[in-house]
Design a protein around this ligand. Structure first.
Ligand SMILES: Nc1ncnc2c1ncn2[C@@H]1O[C@H](COP(=O)(O)OP(=O)(O)OP(=O)(O)O)[C@@H](O)[C@H]1O
Ligand SMILES: [Mg+2]
Length: 255
């Protein structure tokens, strides 16, 4: 049975860091999906897409729209073309993880068609893995894109602000109204959350607070130097705290 995780939250709270550290401590095979147009997930995973000749999904859709695809592809129906290109040129593969990057929102031509196709395709790709971790952009607009409508666990990384807590409510309401289904909504306090405020996270209905990501100078250092977060030592405070959070959600991290 494969498991799908969505990481969500407001801007700059530590979503991508949490997603990468989850990849660091959970067993393979796993698929990482970057739904943020900023494409930070690849950087934090130490992957240079261009160097590896890997395209974003948006780039592949653009090639199709422009008719810049091989002759034998031209005759294929759109859905088949997209599936072919996704598997052939958009999937970065390695022994530790695979990575699919959605890229900037598809806005040229009629973007309903490619989005509808992606909505059908992405769950099929996810099914090939034991685990898929979906890193969201800040805000909730991406939910509207609905490329992934079912998940096992949503981890909301929250910063210490009333807005962040309201944001959790909005995720709950919006998921209900636009039809995104998930089993569990977990709250994770970010590295800046003051200890004396943590109790507030136990009071949110319909969500379970699992713990805090420890502040870790090694994370900041890796970030400044553009190094992969996957190289953080397993006993670093951030890795240990993320492993604890995942364990409380029923996962089996390596350490
Ligand atoms: N545990 C931590 N300890 C110290 N610094 C951290 C920690 N987690 C994240 N940071 C720092 O916080 C900043 C934001 O982290 P990150 O990029 O993961 O957030 P994000 O929510 O994905 O941001 P965005 O909304 O832009 O996608 C980064 O500079 C990162 O180095
Ligand atoms: Mg991010």
């Amino acid at each position: 049975m494969s498991k799908t995780i969505i990481v969500t939250g407001r801007g700059g709270t530590g979503k991508t860091t949490f997603a990468v550290l989850a990849a660091r401590v959970l067993p393979s095979p796993k698929l990482m999906i970057d739904a943020d147009p900023d494409q930070c997930l690849g950087v934090m995973l130490g992957v240079d897409l261009a160097e590896n000749g890997v395209h974003t999904v948006s780039e592949a859709l653009y090639e199709i729209q422009e008719g810049r695809v091989d002759q034998e592809l031209k005759a294929m129906p759109l859905a088949q073309k997209v599936e072919y290109l996704l598997n052939l040129s958009c999937l970065y593969e390695s022994s530790e993880f695979d990575l699919l990057t959605l890229g900037v929102k598809w806005t040229r031509g009629c973007y309903c068609a490619p989005n509808d196709i992606l909505r059908g395709l992405i769950p099929r790709i996810v099914d090939n893995y034991e685990l898929a971790i979906f890193d969201s952009p800040a805000g909730l607009e991406h939910l509207n894109r609905r490329v992934l409508t079912e998940a096992d666990d949503v981890f909301a990384v929250v910063d210490p602000s009333a807005k962040a807590l309201r944001n959790v409510k909005v995720v709950q309401e919006m998921a209900g109204s636009i039809g995104i289904r998930f089993e569990n909504l977990y709250l994770v306090a970010n590295h800046r959350f003051p200890e004396q405020q943590l109790d507030r996270l136990n009071e949110i209905e319909g969500a379970v607070y699992l713990g805090q990501i420890a502040p870790d100078p090694a994370v900041e250092e890796a970030d400044w130097e553009g190094r992969s977060f996957l190289d953080l030592p397993p006993d670093s405070p951030a890795c240990l705290s993320v492993a604890g959070i995942l364990r409380r959600a029923g996962y089996q991290p390596a350490q």
